[in-house]
Design a protein around this ligand. Structure first.
Ligand SMILES: [Zn+2]
Ligand SMILES: [Zn+2]
Length: 308
């Protein structure tokens, strides 16, 4: 057999088929459809309370867990709390924690350049928001980018059986609040957490203020900062991704950071990484001079401290 044919076959074996890709994405599609079940079940006050609570708690799980801990290691915690953070983040049904963090590290490495997983600059706004979920190229976990956490067997298990945490939560919602609890408490809050999170991939790379020259199109956007409990300060984050806080100044609300700070007071997390003074001063200088950086094709020399 010709080498080229062998390579092609290996590629076919390694990359999932169209059917497999859609199978992986089917919970995403079906969950949107399931929200319509509320038309049949109606709403109860219990289901609305569940929806609001699960929206906030799981949004925090996404930002504090998937993003600030597993993707960027901006603070430290125990192995038990690490597992809890992974479980909580995965109740949002955004696939495995290792899959999520590895793809996010690729996003930072190639931000708005060819190869970025979800760039509205390289592709459409729609692709950056949800289209990439249906792309066979993003189905597999990028193990080469997440070796630091892949060494924990319990995280590998969670990553492989990523549907377990959201399924447990869905059954819990059904048991405590009936069908409205499932359709509104679980599915509606899940869909809202998804789109809040995806706005960071799509909207904060096209709309907002660019305080720092980061060499990509990242923006600071107040609306998404509120919706995602602090992630909307995305230009700040692309400037210094090792910081636990994305809202660099007192007036940039960052609820995720405030909660983590309180957790550090009782010893649940520690070694929270802050923004260096020279970065804060750089930001103040740019505010003073009213510099709103245009997007540039060249990449700035970011202070990358990722393990991958
Ligand atoms: Zn990030
Ligand atoms: Zn970004």
């Amino acid at each position: 057999m010709e080498p080229a044919v062998i390579a092609a076959e290996q590629g076919a074996l390694n990359s999932p088929s169209r059917a497999q890709t859609w199978l992986e994405a089917s919970p995403f599609v079906l969950s949107h459809v399931a929200v319509l079940g509320a038309i049949w079940s109606g709403a109860t006050w219990q289901s609305v309370v569940l929806c609001v609570v699960l929206l906030f708690v799981r949004q925090w799980g996404v930002t504090a867990g998937y993003h600030r801990y597993f993707s960027h290691r901006t603070y430290k915690t125990s192995r038990a709390m690490q597992f809890f953070l992974a479980f909580l983040a995965q109740t949002s049904s955004q696939k495995g924690v290792l899959w999520w963090a590895a793809h996010h590290r690729v996003h930072h490495k190639l931000s708005d350049q060819p190869g970025d997983v979800h760039s509205p600059v390289q592709s459409s706004f729609f692709y950056a928001h949800v289209g990439w979920v249906f792309d066979s190229a993003t189905v597999e976990t990028r193990w080469d980018k997440i070796r630091d956490f892949a060494k924990y067997p319990e995280l590998r298990w969670l990553d492989r059986y990523w549907v377990v945490p959201p399924t447990i939560l869905a059954v819990f919602c059904l048991l405590v609040a009936g069908w409205p609890g499932l359709f509104i408490g679980f599915f509606l809050s899940t869909v809202l957490v998804w789109h809040n999170t995806f706005l960071i991939n799509s909207l904060t790379h096209v709309w907002g203020k660019r305080r720092f020259d980061t060499g990509d199109d990242s923006r600071n956007n107040t609306l998404t900062a509120i919706l995602t409990l602090g992630e909307g300060w995305h230009n700040n984050h692309h400037r210094y991704q090792s910081s636990c806080r994305n809202g660099f100044y007192w007036y940039e609300i960052d609820v995720t950071y405030y909660v983590l700070k309180m957790m550090s007071w009782v010893g649940l997390v520690w070694d929270i990484r802050e923004v260096p003074d020279h970065v804060l001063e750089e930001g103040r200088r740019r505010e003073r001079d009213e510099i709103d950086e245009p997007a540039k094709p060249n990449r700035a020399d970011e202070e990358l401290t990722l393990a991958a």
